[in-house]
Design a protein around this ligand. Structure first.
Ligand SMILES: [Fe+2]
Length: 317
């Protein structure tokens, strides 16, 4: 990185509304953010006429919605076509090109989420039909492998259940900062959250990892969040501020907040997001057509969704 770039990066982080103490900028951004904020998942839907060749207007509408809410739902007519290129193409056309090759992804970096006995038996919940608690994807990744965006493309929904609840991390941030700025400061501590080593079958496949819940991207000043509501595989910093912040967040996620959206993807639909908080209800499969969802995790954020767009331009949705 050149000196000029480095200075620009440092400046971007310093001028971020997410930095504690930047109160005027924060308030300006918050007001722009909350202006006409959607009230349900239906407002996030964008129709894509040709699943394999999304149009410029369709893509820019997705970016516009994601600038406001960090998530959009696309609806194609592909139905239950098993075409991984739909997810790949829509992601790539929105600037998402670097896939996180997690341990259990298929060879092309896109993971097929479906009930697989062998995998779920080893405790990999995403391959089972049990409910998933609130989390952001890749919360256990190294800082250089932050998951900034994520895409779920539904080929076949479950016979019953498999619904997601969704919450924009920037909304969680606002609600916490409004309640007590000390909450967000506590969750920005570099040792707020520790993921213990993964010692499946007695072999350590991943070292213990500490990191913040909220961090600010040095290049853009955008907010990143890593979180899991799991209690078994997580150690929170044992100080009063962190305990209070985590309790606030847990309460928010269990609340009836109007900012929490519910959505159940149908065949041919997908969720594209800047790694928002989400959970999933348990589901029951139709044995002859089990639930199948393709998941792609990316290191980039969705193109043209920087926080500045809300304060600089038209922030009506
Ligand atoms: Fe997830």
């Amino acid at each position: 990185m050149s000196a000029a770039n480095k200075n620009a990066s440092t400046e971007a982080a310093a001028l971020s509304p997410f930095r504690p103490g930047n109160d005027d900028l924060y308030r300006r951004w918050r007001d722009a953010k909350l202006n006409t904020y959607p009230e349900s998942a239906e407002q996030l839907v964008v129709e894509i006429a040709d699943a394999n060749n999304p149009g410029a207007a369709e893509l820019s509408r997705i970016s516009q919605i994601c600038t406001k809410t960090n998530m959009a739902i696309y609806a194609t007519a592909a139905g239950d076509r098993e075409d991984r290129n739909i997810a790949r193409t829509i992601g790539a056309r929105l600037g998402l090109r670097h896939l996180d090759p997690n341990m259990l992804a298929d060879e092309d970096g896109i993971t097929s989420l479906t009930v697989v006995e062998g995998k779920s038996g080893r405790g990999y919940i995403p391959y089972s039909s049990h409910r998933l608690l609130w989390h952001t994807d890749g919360y256990y990744n190294l800082p250089e492998h932050k998951i900034r965006a994520m895409l779920l493309h539904c080929v076949r929904p479950a016979a019953e259940g498999g619904e997601n609840m969704l919450l924009d991390p920037e909304i969680a941030y606002i609600l916490m900062r409004e309640a007590d700025p000390a909450h967000v400061e506590a969750l920005m501590q570099p040792d707020a959250m520790t993921i213990p080593a993964n010692t499946e079958t007695g072999v350590e496949t991943r070292e213990a990892r500490s990191g913040p819940v909220f961090s600010i991207d040095t290049a853009t000043g955008d907010l990143h969040m890593r979180y899991t509501a799991r209690t078994r595989s997580i150690e929170w910093k044992q100080d009063d501020a962190t305990r209070a912040a985590v309790a606030f967040l847990e309460e928010l996620l269990e609340s009836q907040s109007p900012y929490i959206f519910r959505n159940r993807l149908s065949a041919g639909q997908g969720l594209i997001c800047n790694n928002v908080l989400h959970n999933r209800t348990a589901f029951a499969d139709n044995a002859s057509a089990p639930r199948l969802v393709y998941r792609a995790r990316y290191y980039e954020r969705i193109a043209e969704t920087e926080w500045k767009r809300l304060t600089d331009g038209d922030n009506q949705l």
